[in-house]
Design a binder for this molecule. Sequence first.
Ligand SMILES: [Zn+2]
Length: 341
Amino acid sequence: ASNKKNSIIIYLDRSGGLSKLIEDCKQTGAVYRFSFDVNPSDVLELDATLGDCILHDPVKAVSLFQSVIRYTTIGYLKWLRVNVVLKPTHLPPFPNYCLDLSEFPRGYGPMRPLALEGLVIAMTRVTKYTQGARFLCSEEKCPCSRGFQHIRVHAPGATESATVRSDFTCFLCSSLLKEDVKSRVLGDKQLVELIHVRAVDVLGVHDAASLRYQSVTLFLRDELCNSMRIGHLYQVVGIPAHVHQWPNVTWSPCLVSNNFQNLQTAMACSPWRFAAIVANSFGSPVIPPGLYNTLKLGLLLSLVQTEDNPDSPYQLDVLALTSETLIIDRSRFFKCTCLFR
Ligand SMILES: [Zn+2]
């Protein structure tokens, strides 16, 4: 490990990282954040094992950088906790380092940086997330009830509940930890939906073995916020993670009528056919089959998402722009009658 640490110092010196480091020490707060662009080719040339570590074990790489920075900044920094963010500028051009957005399942592999290419189809506003938090032991006699022993920082690929939660315990006395809210360090985050560029053509004609497309959510943090635009294609290096958003989704086939189950079985040869046939004939009393299929599919998806609770955040709203308001009114009315069945 000491060889790797020497290499880190040499690399930071050569890449201008050391002078940036001194500049970054002027921060205030409970946690010092240092972000470095890392060129994997340069690091591999300097020290193959360090380069390998950055590419395949980012958590270990960050902890190596952290200990080097802690060592080089003694005297500058009042507190020991430093938050290091390593941003690979690119990855080796091999399939092992690429994540194809049309492949499933995704995000179940080891947590390491992968390159992906996607089109931005939606994004949120910039909101805050907890970059770092300080916790104190609730047992007054414990040394951890003061000081900075329990500092947690956000790690790339981790969920935010890994930084702030109410059930952390003290490593000395196992008492519950309480957050010192005054010391919380907030950062910016923005969620961006990326989709494979071929998905733009998804409503065109496809053969039976068509690919399925599902967007992925990209978390842009801190200085990366507002760096993307809707409709543009981007190459991204990131750490894929599997985040459970709906842990209690249930599937109840008993509610599905026999006709639907038979249709589903008959259409199992293609991922598109079932949805296409249902959308095609949806609302046939008010709109002739075959017309406004995209609108009908949208209304169907919205129906599927609709829960009893109208304030649920998971409702799917449908925005339709047309000069044919009669069609929209009829189909919306038809959708509402389905809701009350
Ligand atoms: Zn304690």
